[in-house]
Design a binder for this molecule. Structure first.
Ligand SMILES: [Zn+2]
Length: 122
């Protein structure tokens, strides 16, 4: 049998308030029919994309569709730092490269000579 609110103890009131709070929170957070439809559509599109990606992954596992790409030899030297590059990496009109020394802007000091004991380990 339900007690009258005025006759409830503090503990019972706090329990009732907590249940009300949770119920309101749940009601506020539950999506409307339109929100559910929209979320279903988003999920459907996400699944389609995932399915397409998995097809791409399987294509990458096959060696039948692989096109040979040859970069040639890595024998083009940067005139600023002597780093070696492929000829495809050349920057038009320059003999230096960006990837190694930023066209000579970032040059490192020479490494110190290491002792023979360490040199023998290399
Ligand atoms: Zn360089």
């Amino acid at each position: 049998m339900k007690k009258l609110r005025s006759l409830q103890s503090d503990f019972e009131k706090s329990q009732r308030n907590e249940v009300d709070r949770i119920r309101k929170q749940y009601t506020r957070n539950s999506p409307t029919e339109d929100e559910r439809k929209e979320q279903n559509e988003v999920d459907r599109i996400r699944k389609q994309k995932k399915k397409k990606q998995s097809v791409r992954y399987r294509a990458a596992q096959s060696c039948e569709n692989v096109k040979v790409h040859c970069l040639g030899s890595m024998n083009v030297e940067c005139t600023a730092c002597a780093g070696l590059h492929f000829s495809e990496e050349k920057v038009k009109g320059k003999s230096t490269f960006n990837d190694c020394c930023s066209h000579g802007n970032c040059l490192l000091e020479e490494l110190p000579v290491i002792p023979d004991e360490l040199q023998n380990l290399l």
